[in-house]
Each structure stands twice: as structure tokens, then as C-alpha cells.
Write a protein that binds this ligand. Structure first.
Ligand code: 86X
Length: 482
């Protein structure tokens, strides 16, 4: 999927991984086109003048901005930054393109790379200094239209994770402390990685309110002939999606691909060839494999055969297991005689014989079943590590058991800060018996305030915050995170 590169934090995305990104692009690209969003491309360079027009939110990020200062040996008169995100790149042009309500809504998207020179530990797909994403930037006359879009986009992100990558996510709103500081509110889909017990932000859809339109002078004339600032959103989904999928479905034998994003859904491997097998029989077997590939492809199944003669079937099993292909079909002389083939399923190692007569229809159904089973299994695993608590008592213990926690919370920033501090394990606590580097010691933060609150949720004026003396406003998800 990936190779390391000689610059720290940078990785090569190889074809097997890029095909997954393309599957995401296909689905999401078509879906936003249906919503009326158009693709475009802006330059990757930002002048310091433009980048700094948006001082307030840039401030905290500025150590991460990469700058080009030279061309060859000569210093540039004005260094140029490489985009870490494109709000400041695009919005000066929004100001010149948007004149009246007839120019709205303006809804643009670009697929591009961005650079954030992070100093935290890099991790393939999860935290990289350059990454690929789509960033959507839209402008509306009213807050209501902007609000609607925020949730439409978030639901598409949910679909990317749940319906394509078979990864369960929790959609919700970020706390004031965790939201994008430049915006009005941030919505998110939050995933969970059971092996580390950490949550991971899967994608964000922000309502920027009028903050940017005020900074960049993006105005229209309303019905009452008054000049008013537009309402804006921005939203992004990155190649981190691939990393989340790998971590959630991968096992000791390697990658496990959900059928809907697998570049190869079915690999056909001829078996049962011995030294005694005649040249004709070998040829017949390879020909049968290729014929089956044709039939399956005609039915829309992404099938390949591996008829290479210089590799053993066992070697091929390993190879395609490592690559995560959902179904392996073994066909041998005995199977052919019975007009049958053996299917081995990657995600649960089960196998079944399938009559050749019904192969395409059986496989179509099987691939759907695998997709659903992978999601159900991942959701059960997530649910088993999502614990509801009412008070502080068992909070840290539960975190240390690699769980995320749903608690009644006051939604105050100071309270979140204090939870983070109190839940960070001290060096003393960590030393000694806990040798497992995968048990993280950092403090817990809020992941999101889930849109779907528990049925027996907060009783207003009664339910108290789990961590302080105030009243709770919502059940909020806390956890350690990537
Ligand atoms: C916030 C906000 C937003 C469009 C998204 O989350 C989705 C797609 N943009 C991105 N953000 C920054 O604004 C930012 C700015 C600088 Cl200068 C930086 F170095 C890093 C940043 N990271 C995130």
C-alpha cells in the first residue's frame, strides 16, 4: 500500500492504496456533484499577505506552515507558503465573484494535497506532513442553507466510512475547545481503533458562520437592499480514511479489504497441479480461470486470476491474503470434474463450495454479505469499548481499559481542560508493570457531542456533569485520540 520516503512524515501511496482513494473519490465526487458542488483547482502557494489576513485562527497553526524561500540559489523577494488548507487562498476570489444573491449559493470543491509540517510522531496515512484530501468551500445567503449543507456533507462522510470502508463512526458536534477556531461550529465523524483504545477524527464539516466573510469582505445585497455578509461552510476528508480502514480491519495475516473498495474482489487461483498433470490439463485449468474472470467481470465483479506458473498455490494464498482480497476461489481438476469451486473468505477464514452454474450470483450475494459482516463485527467491537458512565469514579480506569466513554457533561471549556489534566497518567503510574506502549497515557478530550443522544439522556436541571459541580447539558463522548 505504502512505502517510506527519505523525508520524515512523507510516504509514497502505492497503487493498491490509491485505488481505495479512487473508490472514495468516485462515491463522494458523484454525491457532491448531485448536490450542486463544482470541482475546481486553486494554486498550492499562498502569499504571506493573504495567509496572514486571517491572523486569529492561523496563530496557533503557524509553526506548521511550510515556506518556500529560495529559487535555486537566490532568495525570493517574498517567501511563499504552501497551503495547509485553502480558506485564505480561495476567499479573496469569493469576494470578487459574489456580488448579488444571484451568485449564491457558490459551492466549490477541490481534490488536492496540503502540507502541515507537524512535529508530533508521524504515522502512515494517519498523521503525515503532506496529505491528499478534498476540501469543500461554500457560501450561502442564509444560515439555514449553510446548516443544512453541513449535515448533508457529514452524512456523506458517514457513508464513506460505514457503507464503503465498513468502519462505524459516531457523528456529532465538536466542543468549543475542539472545534475549528475560525468557524462557528464543527461537526465530525469519530472512529475508534480497538487495538489501541483510541478514537480518531474521520472528517469534519464546519459551519464558518460569517467570520470569514467579514474578514474577506464577502457581501451581497439582500431584499431590503442592505449589504449583508454571506454564510460559509468548509469541509474536508483526507487519505486518513485509508489508515483508519487498515487499522480496523487488518489482522495477523495482513490487510482485510471491504468488498466495496477492494480493487480486486475475487482472485481465482488454479490448484491441484502436480508433476503428473499434463500440459493440456494445465492449460485447460488456466483457460477456465480466465473464462470465469470474464464471466464475473461481465456481472460487475472485480475479478482476477493468478495463473503464474512460477509460484505455488500456497505462495499465492499468502500473497493475496496479505493484500486483503475478500474472496479467493480455488479451482482444481477435481473441482472442474464436479463443476464446482471452493471459495475462501478473507475476513473470517471460512470457506464454502460454490457450483459453477451459480457462481456469479452467489459471489455477488457473498460480497454483499462480507461487506455487511465486516461492518457488523467492527460495530460490535466498537460498542463493546464504548462505555456509558454517570460519574468520575471509573472514568480513568475505563480509559485505561482502552475504552471511550459517554458521560453527562456541562460543555464548559474549563471542565474539559481539567478532565484532560486529571486523566493524563503520571510518569509514576506508568512506570512499572505497564510495558505496553500501545496503552496511551495522554489525557482524554471530548471526541464529540453525538447527535444521537441516549434515550434516557440528560434531564435538564437534574442531571449533573460527571466531572464537576455544574449541570449537564448533553451526553458527550470522551476518549484518548489520535
Ligand atoms: C483547519 C479547517 C477546514 C477546509 C477543514 O477542517 C476542512 C477543509 N478547512 C482547517 N486548519 C487550519 O485552518 C490550519 C491552518 C494552518 Cl495555517 C495550518 F498550518 C494548519 C491548519 N490546520 C487546520
Amino acid at each position: 500500500m505504502l512505502d517510506y520516503y527519505d523525508i520524515s512524515g512523507c510516504y509514497i501511496i502505492r497503487p493498491w492504496a490509491f485505488k481505495i482513494w479512487k473508490a472514495i473519490q468516485r462515491f463522494f465526487g458523484d454525491a457532491i456533484e448531485d448536490l450542486g458542488v463544482d470541482d475546481c483547482y486553486f494554486p498550492m502557494f499562498v502569499s504571506s499577505k493573504v495567509l496572514e489576513r486571517e491572523k486569529d485562527h492561523i496563530e496557533g497553526f503557524s509553526p506548521e506552515v511550510a515556506w518556500v524561500t529560495k529559487a535555486g540559489q537566490s532568495d525570493l523577494a517574498e517567501p511563499v507558503a504552501i497551503r495547509p488548507t485553502s480558506e485564505t487562498v480561495m476567499y479573496p476570489y469569493f469576494a470578487s465573484w459574489i456580488r448579488s444573491h444571484r451568485d449564491l449559493p457558490l459551492r466549490l470543491n477541490q481534490w488536492c494535497n496540503v502540507v502541515r509540517w507537524e512535529f508530533k510522531h508521524p504515522q502512515p496515512f494517519i498523521r503525515t506532513r503532506e496529505f491528499l484530501w478534498q476540501e469543500g468551500h461554500t457560501a450561502f445567503a442564509t444560515k439555514e442553507e449553510a446548516d443544512t449543507e453541513v449535515l448533508q456533507i457529514l452524512d456523506l462522510y458517514r457513508q464513506v466510512y460505514e457503507d464503503f470502508l465498513a468502519v462505524p463512526v459516531v457523528p456529532g458536534k465538536k466542543s468549543e475547545r475542539e472545534k475549528f477556531a475560525g468557524g462557528l461550529y464543527t461537526t465530525t465523524v469519530e472512529g475508534f481503533v480497538p487495538t489501541t483504545g483510541r478514537a480518531i477524527q474521520g472528517g469534519t464539516s464546519h459551519c464558518l458562520g460569517q467570520n470569514f466573510s467579514k474578514m474577506f469582505d464577502i457581501l451581497i445585497e439582500n431584499e431590503a437592499k442592505e449589504r449583508v455578509h454571506v454564510w460559509q461552510n468548509s469541509w474536508g476528508l483526507s487519505t486518513r480514511t485509508i489508515g483508519v480502514m487498515v487499522m480496523i480491519h487488518g489482522d495477523d495475516k495482513g490487510l482485510v479489504l471491504p468488498p466495496r473498495v477492494a480493487a480486486v474482489q475475487v482472485v481465482i487461483i488454479p490448484v491441484g497441479i502436480t508433476a503428473k498433470t499434463s500440459q493440456e490439463d494445465r492449460k485447460a485449468l488456466a483457460a477456465k480461470a480466465d473464462e470465469l474472470v470474464k464471466d464475473l467481470r461481465k456481472a460487475g465483479i472485480r475479478a482476477n486470476s493468478d495463473t503464474r506458473e512460477n509460484y505455488t498455490p500456497g505462495w499465492k494464498y499468502n500473497h493475496w491474503e496479505l493484500k486483503g482480497v475478500p474472496v479467493r476461489l480455488e479451482i482444481g481438476p477435481k473441482d472442474l470434474a464436479k463443476n464446482s469451486t471452493r471459495a475462501v473468505i478473507r475476513h473470517d477464514s471460512s470457506s464454502q463450495d460454490i457450483p459453477l452454474a451459480t457462481l456469479t450470483s452467489t459471489l455477488s450475494t457473498l460480497l454483499e454479505t462480507i461487506q455487511a459482516a465486516m461492518f457488523t463485527k467492527a460495530r460490535a467491537e466498537r460498542d463493546a469499548h464504548l462505555i456509558r458512565l454517570e460519574t468520575w469514579d471509573k472514568f480513568v480506569e475505563t480509559l485505561n481499559n482502552r475504552c471511550i466513554i459517554l458521560v453527562p457533561w456541562c460543555e464548559r471549556e474549563a471542565c474539559e481542560e481539567s478532565v484532560k489534566e486529571r486523566s493524563a497518567r503520571t510518569a509514576a503510574e506508568q512506570s512499572g508493570e505497564d510495558e505496553d506502549e500501545k496503552a496511551p497515557s495522554m489525557g482524554a478530550k471530548t471526541l464529540c457531542i453525538p447527535f444521537k443522544q441516549p434515550e434516557d439522556g440528560v434531564k435538564h436541571g437534574v442531571t449533573k456533569c460527571f466531572a464537576c459541580e455544574e449541570l449537564a447539558k448533553s451526553y458527550t463522548l470522551f476518549g484518548r485520540s489520535y
